[in-house]
Write a protein that binds this ligand. Structure first.
Ligand code: R5P
Length: 294
């Protein structure tokens, strides 16, 4: 087995390789003056199972192209199987045509990756798991929510209220509740498909004087967390924290969230950032160990 260090996830790839005691294959990369990507494997993969670790957080398109080129290079250089370890899977939220005439982007990406030589894929907290059933190769999503909840538990926030900002994220809040031991609940969230504006329906939770943690898969613009934390504050929560697997934190998202009264944002190294306080390397190394053949 070889762990191929995709340019977008070099540190995570190194950590995974260390945990597995596996050899790494560095990848040389550059961008040509006209914007095209170049990659070259700096190690052998012949007759090996190659696990390419490459997240596809913004800028998504060049990272996806790098992933496709690395897969192609691995196959051309004799890898017997290529598995993509893609912690943040770009375009996964465009899993259906929400408005007439839209592309189903994630299905196109999956076909592109297949054509490049990828035989299977492992991702982390994909937005909707059912999208993976449409992939032309085996694809699986694993959850990092327990690791995030453990982080808060280790800081003493036992029995904190775990809030899902929408109904679709309730399974996430339930996973966190198992570790934290408190209560959990969800909000009804609406997003305007044209403006992106978020609104949440008022609900009542017993959070008065308590610590509450909003758990989500992604923090992008921060609108969801801001709306959720406002509800929690109105209901009297003493402290509000935000936890997410993929801290994209676009633009002034972090500032907006902190200004809304959130004490701390905690993310994972699925997307490397200064809020990536939890590593998903143990989760992914275990998954790779179980996934590898023989
Ligand atoms: C969508 O339903 C996701 O689970 C996240 O809630 C969403 O992507 C977060 O986006 P934003 O930070 O822009 O509100």
């Amino acid at each position: 087995m070889k762990i191929v260090l995709g340019p977008a996830s070099q540190q995570l790839g190194e950590k995974i390789a260390q945990l597995l005691n596996a050899e790494t294959v560095p990848v040389a990369f550059k961008t040509f003056p006209d914007g095209e990507s170049y990659i070259r494997l700096e190690g052998k993969v012949q007759n090996e199972e190659a696990f390419i670790v490459q997240t596809t957080s913004p800028p998504q398109d060049p990272k996806l192209i790098q992933l496709a080129f690395i897969a192609d290079a691995a196959k051309r250089n004799g890898a017997k199987k290529v598995t993509a370890i893609v912690p943040y899977l770009a375009y996964a939220r465009q899993d259906k045509a929400f408005l007439p005439g839209e592309a189903i982007s994630i299905e196109t990406i999956a076909r592109m990756l297949k054509a490049a030589g990828i035989d299977s894929l492992i991702t982390v907290n994909v937005h909707q798991e059912k999208v993976l059933t449409k992939f032309p190769f085996p694809a699986k999503s694993v959850s990092a929510i327990s690791l995030l909840a453990e982080y808060f538990k280790s800081k003493g926030y036992v029995e904190a209220f775990a809030l899902a900002p929408d109904k679709g994220a309730m399974h996430i809040a339930e996973q966190a509740k198992k570790i934290l031991g408190g209560e959990c609940g969800y909000l009804e969230k609406q997003r305007d498909r044209y403006t992106g504006q978020i609104s949440v329906e008022k609900k009542t939770f017993d959070v008065k004087g308590k610590t509450a943690i909003v758990f989500d898969d992604i923090i992008s613009t921060g609108g969801t967390i801001v709306a959720a934390s406002r509800v929690l504050k109105e209901l009297g929560a003493e402290k509000v924290y935000a936890a997410c697997v993929h801290p994209l934190l676009i633009g002034d998202a972090e500032k907006r969230i902190l200004e809304a009264g959130v004490e701390e944002i905690v993310g994972t190294d699925s997307v490397p950032s200064h809020v990536s306080k939890v590593s998903i390397a143990p989760l992914l190394s275990k998954e790779i160990w179980e996934h590898k053949s023989g």
